[in-house]
Write a protein that binds this ligand. Structure first.
Ligand SMILES: [Ca+2]
Length: 405
């Protein structure tokens, strides 16, 4: 692929090598022509579904087209075509004025002035045109004589031929591209989101292949048509997937997919790490991709925070997202574990019942024990606390600090 840098600002095109500097081209350019022109300059094949044409090397346009539908909270439907001389406008909602209150546009000083002068009936006829309904169904302007488009020639004698020619050009274009303007918005959303529910992008499928250099080559794909795939290795930055990626030993690749308008997929993980050593007392182990994980929230599936292959920060963020406010508050408190005997009297262990109450009721998982126990009992009692922690809703382990006396 050739490396091409080019910049377009308004109607100025600048090539870094100065090609064509100061030259002026008069041909009509449509916004949809930008993408195919850039693709061609970058040496990428232009997909057949693109409506535009290469405006630098392609055939010149006879017509350019424009449309106006929803603008923020304001509905409208207009279609327009222009050639070298004329601009033709079709108003599909002529019962409505051009200008209706539109929060974003009305922030601008000129709009504030226009609205004020409109209510004072101080506008000229040309200015007032934009505030008046009904609008004409058709508008036709001769741009060579009337570049400000104030003299509507549609229906005026002597311009029938131009009117018919422009009207036909617009209708041909609408047939060619398939104009969705008459389809209600909810119906359009329904076509993209069946049942008006946002679809979820399918998670990437990963094919792995080991090569002779000890690397694993990962090929990613998504069954959701039009989805883009992003990936990262260990804690690296997310990158756009464009072709197979190789990972070395002791590395983890994560991938996710998203289609525009859809929800992001779940993460697919490919890892060359060795199985982590896991021990568990109260929660089940689950197997995924040939690895074992602790099902800390007991839902039978591997959740991101349970995946020891993932970066710690990501696991913590996932866990945090699952915690209730009470559980988060519990994390900033440090509780006591009391001996199972009056303070100062010899104890045989912790008061586990009281500890359980602090854990399940107070959502506290960090403790300091106040008990003098022999070493083996101390270990057993701490393990009993960890078992309680494992039984907790999210299986967050207990942190036990030492202050023996
Ligand atoms: Ca789980």
């Amino acid at each position: 692929m050739k490396l091409v840098h080019f910049q377009i600002v308004g109607d100025i095109v600048r090539f870094p090598d100065g090609r064509g500097a100061t030259s002026v081209r008069e041909n009509l350019v449509s916004f949809v022509d930008l993408a195919p022109t850039i693709l061609r300059l970058a040496g990428v094949e232009v997909p057949s579904f693109m409506q535009g044409r290469d405006f630098l090397e392609g055939e010149s346009r006879e017509f350019v087209y424009a449309s106006r539908d929803r603008m923020d909270e304001v509905l409208d439907r207009q279609r327009s075509v222009r050639d070298e001389q004329y601009r033709y406008v079709r108003n599909y909602m002529p019962e409505l004025a051009y200008f209706r209150p539109l929060q974003f546009r009305d922030m601008f000083p000129i709009m504030k002035d226009l609205w004020a002068e409109s209510s004072n009936t101080n506008l000229t006829e040309e200015q007032n045109f934009y505030f008046t309904a009904p609008r004409p169904t058709e508008e036709l302007y001769d741009l060579s004589e009337d570049p400000d488009e104030v003299n509507n020639l549609a229906g005026q004698p002597g311009h029938e031929k131009a009117l018919v020619r422009m009207r036909n050009a617009l209708e041909r274009w609408q047939d060619d591209v398939g104009d969705w303007g008459n389809v209600p918005e909810t119906e359009m959303v329904g076509q993209m989101w069946p049942g008006l529910e946002q679809p979820v992008t399918s998670e990437p499928q990963a094919e792995q292949e080991s090569n002779s250099e000890g690397l694993v080559r990962v090929t990613l794909s998504s069954v959701t048509e039009g989805a883009s795939i992003g990936y990262r290795i260990d804690e690296g930055t997310w990158q756009l997937y464009t072709g197979p990626v190789s990972i070395g030993t002791d590395q983890t690749l994560q991938a996710k997919a998203i289609r525009y308008g859809y929800k992001e997929s779940a993460i697919t993980t490919v890892s060359t790490k060795d199985q982590a050593e896991l021990s568990t007392r109260e929660v089940a182990l689950i197997g995924v991709d040939g690895f074992e994980f602790r099902d800390l929230n007991k839902n039978g599936t591997l959740d991101p925070y349970e995946d020891w292959r993932s970066p710690a920060g990501e696991r913590a963020a996932d866990l945090l997202g699952r915690m209730t406010l009470e559980e988060k508050v519990g994390q900033i408190a440090h509780g006591n574990i009391w001996p199972n005997a009056p303070f100062g009297a010899p104890a045989t262990g912790y008061d586990l019942e009281a500890a359980e109450e602090v854990m399940s009721g107070g959502h506290i998982t960090a403790f300091i024990p106040f008990a003098t126990l022999n070493f083996l009992t101390f270990v057993e009692q701490n393990n009993a606390i960890q078992e309680m922690a494992e039984r907790g809703r999210l299986g967050i382990p207990a942190t036990i600090s030492a202050d023996p006396f």
